[in-house]
Design a binder for this molecule. Structure first.
Ligand code: ZN
Length: 394
């Protein structure tokens, strides 16, 4: 369906409440937004008339007149596109951001925006055919690099050649025939955590995304904080040392060069070549190279040198988090995208550094946890990104 947007802030709050909390009775909605019965009825009637909200049968009686249940209109469908360095995933959700269908496949983001976005459009088309969906309400997109949010264009992404200033937002909106919003993937995943993960009960938190590209999403007062030029949370290339490992950006000693997947593999190669890990040396001789999966397997098998390098990477991230936590005072820190099988080793080390080195007032009640959403963080977050825009007073 082609969506009309709420006419005022009350309508926006009502439709967002239904998105976030599911169907509610008129009485419950009135209580939640503090509107009088007649004012609420007028706003709800407008939302129903304009096709944003529909009735969902009678509500359980709370005494007196029976109230009807309301929900986000059944025709609302959001698509989410999350592009990673080596993978693309596409999903379709309903108006409450529940995932209805999804598909993911390998892709190399370095081939450039046209083939990657072309494939995204094809995959969205495939899901639409599966679901019998004529029209999308909106599409949210996450990209693995800095994005100028108002324009929806990548901004000098270090590991995405050809993407600088490509009009991703415009191109997808035109191809898919619906509004599109584009953001950095860490911001998108932070929104997913806010909607459906452990971030749900926190208004202020940090989401750190590990993996090939490192990023950090800040949620402040319940909404993403992007900063003056959309680069808030861009921690990948914070310089940690002058003479550290070389980084994809051309510099040395960046956080990503220590803690990104490539950094872990480089450290593992060095350990194998120096004879510090017989398991990795054997694997290297056999395969000719090493992968993150090899690092995880060796650490899991108790290889002391590999565990030490993983802990060293986690300590580096922990030191960065000491600074971020002291500056930002989040309610919780959520770590996503850790290599499967290595998350708990990394988490233990990160916690050790952050709790030992931070002020008690900042971290006394602040949990540091692994995300439990996996791919759903990006899928739900992308849908939330575009729905936050569409479910605001237009
Ligand atoms: Zn770098």
């Amino acid at each position: 369906m082609v969506l009309v947007r709420p006419e005022n802030a009350y309508q926006a709050r009502l439709v967002r409440l239904l998105r976030d909390d599911g169907p509610r009775s008129r009485v419950e909605l009135g209580d939640a937004v503090g509107l009088s019965r007649s004012k609420l009825a007028a706003e709800v009637d407008r939302l129903v008339e304009r096709g944003l909200v529909e009735t969902a049968g009678p509500a359980a009686s709370r005494g007196g007149r029976r109230s009807s249940m309301l929900r986000v209109a059944g025709g609302v469908r959001f698509a989410g596109v999350v592009v990673g360095a080596d993978r693309i995933s596409v999903t379709v959700t309903d108006g409450e951001l529940a995932v209805l269908a999804g598909v993911a496949e390998p892709i190399d983001v370095r081939v450039g925006p046209e083939p990657v976005l072309g494939r995204a459009v094809e995959l969205v088309g495939k899901l639409r055919a599966e679901l019998g969906l004529a029209q999308l309400t909106g599409v949210g997109v996450g990209l693995p690099g800095p994005v100028g949010f108002p324009e929806g264009t990548p901004a000098s992404p270090a590991a995405m050649p050809g993407w600088h200033r490509f009009p991703v937002r415009e191109a997808l909106a035109a191809e898919l025939g619906c509004p599109a919003l584009v953001d950095n993937d860490a911001n998108v995943m932070a929104l997913g955590e806010k909607h459906a993960g452990v971030g749900r009960t926190f208004d202020d938190f940090l989401y750190v995304k590990l993996g090939t590209a490192i990023g950090c999403g800040l949620v402040l007062g319940g909404t993403p904080y992007r900063g003056a030029t959309s680069s808030a949370g861009d921690i990948a290339h914070l310089p940690l040392t002058e003479d550290g490992p070389s980084c994809a950006c051309g510099e040395t000693g960046c956080l990503e060069a220590y803690c990104g997947d490539r950094g872990l593999v480089e450290a593992a190669l060095a350990a194998a070549r120096a004879g510090r890990s017989t398991a990795l040396a054997a694997r290297l001789a056999e395969a000719g190279t090493l992968s993150v999966a090899d690092v995880v397997a060796a650490a899991g098998a108790g290889d002391a040198a590999v565990q030490a390098l993983a802990r060293d990477a986690a300590r580096r991230l922990g030191q960065v988090l000491v600074g971020l936590v002291s500056f930002f005072n989040p309610g919780i820190v959520i770590i996503g995208g850790a290599p499967a099988g290595l998350g708990h080793t990394l988490l233990a080390e990160i916690r050790g550094v952050v709790y030992r080195r931070s002020a008690p007032l900042a971290t006394g009640t602040m949990p540091i946890v692994l995300s439990d959403l996996d791919d759903r963080a990006g899928a739900v977050g992308a849908a939330r990104l575009v729905s936050d825009h569409l479910f605001s007073a237009g």
